[in-house]
Design a protein around this ligand. Structure first.
Ligand code: ZN
Length: 232
């Protein structure tokens, strides 16, 4: 067979978990995502990604200090996707009302724009669209994002690094590998956070294992198959 051609990802319909199940011969697409940065680990994550020539996605929060702004610029300069993950990351604040939600989205959008020049239209809800705090209001928030052409992206594979700050490298790698084999398109939840040292340590082995499995590693764009826990 000739070089595998990347499927054109122009479908905006959200596949069900079943439709996203990989079949024999499928080229699996894997989107590594890092939430909660920038952090003291951002540069190390960027270095590993650069060493392997991998582009990923960083869902950042509203850190307007100059060190964080510089890290955001590095993310963009290195060719990764920078996207929104709320300004405050405070579930109770953000999800208290539609107005709070809107002003939080606008704030993080502006911080990213101001630091990097990127006008991002990609968002990840803190806790995902299925989080318990936003229940009952999530449809208003989704409508707001849809009306503003902002795509929200959840995940279907979790590294598990949110559970414990010291989850072992092997556990992180296995958590990802046991699920990516199932799907055509995998969005992998990881964290760019000062307390998540083993996430950084796991990254080289994880990338090697994913490539050995034949996966293509890609940054998220507006055309990426949407993985969403809750849809309208
Ligand atoms: Zn988060």
């Amino acid at each position: 067979m000739a070089n595998p051609v990347l499927p054109q990802e122009i479908e905006v319909t959200v596949p069900t978990a079943e439709e996203n199940l990989a079949e024999v011969g499928d080229t699996k697409r894997v989107y590594l995502t890092f939430d909660d940065g920038p952090s003291g680990n951002t540069e190390e994550i960027l270095k590993v990604l650069d060493d392997y020539g991998v582009k990923a996605t960083f869902f950042v929060i509203g850190r307007p200090d100059e060190v964080s702004r510089e890290r955001m610029r590095r993310i963009v300069e290195d060719g990764h996707t920078i996207a929104m993950h709320s300004y405050t990351h405070s579930y109770t604040g953000i999800y208290s009302s539609l107005d709070s939600f809107k002003s939080d989205v606008e704030s993080v959008k502006n911080v990213i724009k101001d630091a990097t020049g990127v006008d991002t239209l990609i968002y990840r809800f803190p806790g995902g669209s299925s989080n318990g705090i936003a229940q009952g209001k999530i449809s208003q928030f989704i409508t707001y994002l849809n009306d503003n052409d902002i795509m929200y992206m959840d995940w279907n594979v979790s590294s598990g690094d949110a559970v414990s700050p010291s989850l072992s490298v092997d556990a992180i790698v296995e958590n990802v590998m046991k699920d990516v084999v199932k799907y055509k398109s995998s969005v992998v939840l990881m964290h760019d956070s000062d307390s998540k040292a083993t996430t950084v340590e796991a990254l080289p082995l994880l990338i090697e294992r994913l490539r050995a499995e034949g996966c293509i590693l890609l940054p998220i764009s507006k055309d990426t198959t949407r993985i969403q826990h809750v849809t309208l």
